[in-house]
Write a protein that binds this ligand. Structure first.
Ligand code: SAM
Length: 231
């Protein structure tokens, strides 16, 4: 997979994508991530990419021209899935990450300022929000999308670090984990996990996963129950 990030702050992205699992996946050529500063595509002699809003009001607005020029300079941009990061977009979710992980090429635009010229929307295929809150810019949101997506690409996680049982993968929160020591300050590991009985462990985990989801995320639990009732 190839990901191209359009940003005004490459230094917010570059150090992060050199680390940990993303860094290793890049090093092993399992993914390619290009970070492009779209200020370089400004036609303004001071490389300005924002201007005051028509009609007045607070803040500055990202201009359409530099964004479209930067977009058109990306090789393969016609076929890529072009994503706009915005709090007004579709709420991001694990199923969406799963779908994005199958794409060949993602182009992600990080906005800034008060907002962007509405005409920018026409050049993007989809708009994604990482939650109902407002960030200063789209960089952190883009990193959330990149991290959650690339870990689902086959071969990116270690063989022993499966994502199939992660929270949300099957619509439930994941079961609790324990490791050594067996007892710590009066808290003991559930007996069943020490039993070596694989079927009993699997049943325990499934039950805990359902119990935890019901308690913490009644919305997910409701959907799970509905799915179970379907013929
Ligand atoms: N005034 C805008 C509004 O109310 O919709 C918010 C602009 S925000 C200060 C600047 C940029 O940060 C946005 O263009 C977007 O790229 C990014 N951003 C902020 N919150 C986000 C969120 N929840 N999800 C995705 N991107 C976000």
């Amino acid at each position: 997979m190839k990901i191209t990030v359009l940003t005004l702050f490459p230094d917010m992205i570059t150090p992060v994508i050199g680390q940990s699992i993303i860094g290793r996946a890049r090093y092993e050529n399992k993914i390619q991530i290009d970070v492009i500063d779209y200020r370089a595509y400004s036609l303004n002699k001071h490389q300005k990419v924002d201007d005051a809003p028509y009609g007045g009001g607070a803040g500055m607005v990202l201009q359409v021209e530099p964004v479209v020029r930067a977009l058109r300079a990306i090789e393969g941009h016609e076929k890529a899935l072009k994503i706009l990061m915005t709090p007004q977009g579709e709420p991001y979710s694990q199923p969406r990450a799963q779908a994005l992980s199958k794409a060949d090429h993602l182009i992600i635009l990080c906005g800034h300022y008060e907002g962007f010229d509405e005409r920018i929307r026409a050049y993007f295929d989809t708009e994604i929000s990482i939650g109902d809150y407002v960030l200063t810019g789209g960089e952190v949101a883009a990193l959330v999308l990149i991290d959650s997506t690339i870990r689902l690409i086959p071969g990116v996680l270690n063989k022993d670090a499966s994502h199939e049982e992660d929270s949300f993968s099957d619509g439930l929160l994941e079961y609790p984990h324990y490791t050594r020591p067996p007892t710590f300050e009066g808290q003991s590991v559930p007996e069943v996990l020490l039993s070596g009985h694989h079927q009993a462990i699997a049943s325990y985990r499934r039950a805990e996963s359902i119990k935890r989801t019901r308690k913490r995320r009644p919305d997910l639990y409701e959907s799970y129950v509905k799915r179970q009732k379907k013929p």
